[in-house]
Design a protein around this ligand. Structure first.
Ligand code: PEP
Length: 248
């Protein structure tokens, strides 16, 4: 499968930000590109869908509720994201796990909801600084993999994003060796859990990816793409990251 370059806008972006997606879509039209995804706030999905239609850019949501509909004020279902033009949804981002106390079981239910609605899920996992420093990184990742990735995950319906929490929005990037070591561990654990289906699931790295480090990260062993926060907001930065992808 192609590498996946996904942008997570988080709680950033008003209608004026459409100009960035227009610039991105125009720059990528007719070019050989990796898979490119923009996950804006859900309020912008409908406004952006026409912009990306004739381009390789796809849209995604940043989270979803596990249920299809109902009395859940403020929540958005996977079906609503699909209806608004999304092809993917991020689930289990560390900011959701922290701010909204989402457990791995809830993340797994959200991934199932994504598939029910016809969306692919990007399931996020990652350790804190303290967990890494105390030698618990592998235990934390193993528990998140076991609890957050449903048994029916395949390369078509799922990507897994390794996002060390200490590297998100901090400017601190994991070293190439750290990324390769974590990805090798995650791949082995996913394969042990899912068997052959786990072999082709794309593993993304996320955490302070920017134009200056994207190429090295995207060429690291076991890296099938990146999940980008801050540097996905400006088309010029995101394009420079996309340029670092492997195209074979
Ligand atoms: C993210 O939000 O998933 C992320 C990796 O953020 P940043 O690139 O800003 O560190």
């Amino acid at each position: 499968m192609k590498q996946l370059i996904a942008g997570n806008w988080k709680m950033n972006g008003l209608l004026a930000a459409k100009a960035e997606v227009v610039a991105l879509a125009n720059a990528l039209k007719g070019r050989a590109v990796p898979e490119v995804l923009v996950c804006p706030p859900a309020t912008l999905l409908r406004a952006l869908i026409d912009t990306v239609e004739q381009s390789p850019v796809r849209l995604g949501g940043q989270s979803c509720h596990a249920k299809e509909s109902g009395a859940h004020t403020g929540d958005i279902s996977a079906e609503m994201l699909k209806d608004a033009g999304a092809s993917y949804v991020i689930v289990g981002h560390s900011e959701r796990r922290t701010d909204h106390k989402e457990s791995s079981a809830e993340v797994a239910a959200q991934a199932n909801a994504a598939w029910r609605a016809g969306l692919a899920a990007i399931i996020c996992i990652g350790e804190t600084d303290a967990e890494r420093a105390s030698g618990r990184m592998q235990d934390v990742l193993a528990a998140q993999i076991d609890g957050s990735i449903p048994a029916a995950a395949t390369a078509q319906n799922t990507a897994v994003a390794y996002e060390p929490i200490w590297a998100i929005g901090t400017g601190k990037t994991a070293s190439r060796a750290d990324i390769e070591e974590a990805h090798a561990f995650i791949r082995a654990r996913i394969e042990a859990k899912l068997g052959a289906a786990g072999r082709a699931i794309r593993l993304l790295y996320g955490g302070s990816v920017k134009p200056s480090n994207a190429k090295e990260i995207l060429h690291a062993k076991g890296v099938d793409g990146v999940l980008v926060g801050g540097a996905s907001l400006k088309a010029s930065d995101f394009l420079a990251i996309i340029d670092g992808a492997k195209l074979d």
